[in-house]
Design a protein around this ligand. Structure first.
Ligand code: F6R
Length: 261
């Protein structure tokens, strides 16, 4: 794992966008793993600008989102598919037929999760996975006690996550309490993972995720086992990292990050 600290949220999103753009230019048929949430909005705005200004080309890319709420069809205004359309899919030239999210309206959510996992496999796995982190330490919706080897499945959301995301619903009372999510094992199998976190409310969980012991109580700690994971944070989210001076020194003097390999 490498940790890169940028001065603010814009600079963090800029670096993250640059890494993704380098990866996409090196492999236009890239299989992207995508996340939703407030943190990603800045990044998707930057990618949309790169598409408009620098012709960043998504035409051959394939995408798989981490998660979807159970009970929400893709055309529901609060679904993650609608989020993706608004923030990315409608703003770049990705072919919507190549974009995948679990079907939240499926009659058989367990079967849908298994189908989604197979679909990822059929595409040869995920090349480049974007991740945010929840205050419970979830990646995707892998809430505490998610097995380290878990695959795409249904998960109940914690009261903390329900409170964290309720504001994204037109009527918070309608927010589903369960979601389909790629598992921790699914995420660990991605070839490259980039987690972005910004703001002081993420400082405590980032310190635990990066420097704490690996535990299924905090799914993001599993990323310490990932073969190629970069954590990009702003100063506010980095504030509780004990080794932050070391991470700064590495980035300034011996940067490990480089265009996609
Ligand atoms: C959503 C997802 C979640 C979010 C996390 C952070 O697809 O996978 O893990 O990344 O809840 O959300 P924000 O960015 O809203 O704080």
């Amino acid at each position: 794992m490498e940790v890169i600290i940028r001065p603010d949220a814009d600079a963090a999103a800029e670096l993250c966008a640059q890494l993704l753009a380098d990866a996409l230019r090196a492999k236009p048929r890239m299989v992207l793993g995508l996340a939703t949430g407030r943190t990603m909005e800045r990044l998707y705005a930057r990618l949309a600008a790169m598409h408009a200004e620098d012709r960043l080309d998504f035409s051959q890319a394939v995408s798989f989102n981490l998660d979807e709420y159970i009970g929400l069809a893709g055309d529901h205004p609060d679904s993650y598919r609608m989020y993706m359309k608004k923030h990315l899919f409608d703003r770049v030239n990705i072919d919507e037929r190549n974009t995948h999210l679990p079907d939240g309206a499926s009659d058989d959510p367990d079967l849908e999760c298994a189908r989604y996992e197979s679909e990822i496999e059929e595409h040869g796995g995920i090349d480049f996975q974007l991740l945010g982190i929840g205050r419970t330490g979830h990646i995707g919706f892998n809430e505490p006690l998610s097995a380290m080897l878990s695959r795409t499945r249904c998960k109940a959301l914690t009261p903390e996550t329900l409170a964290q995301n309720a504001g994204q619903f037109a009527d918070p009372a309608t927010m589903p309490k369960r979601a389909m999510t790629m598992g921790v094992g699914t995420i660990l199998d991605t070839k490259r993972a980039v987690l972005m976190a910004t703001g002081e409310e993420k400082a405590a969980i980032i310190a635990k995720a990066v420097e704490g012991p690996i535990t299924s109580m905090i799914s993001a700690t599993a990323l310490q086992l990932h073969p190629h994971c970069t954590v990009i944070v702003d100063e506010a989210a980095a504030a509780k990292l004990e080794q932050r001076d070391y991470y700064r020194w590495i980035f300034a003097n011996e940067p490990e990050w480089e265009p996609y390999r």
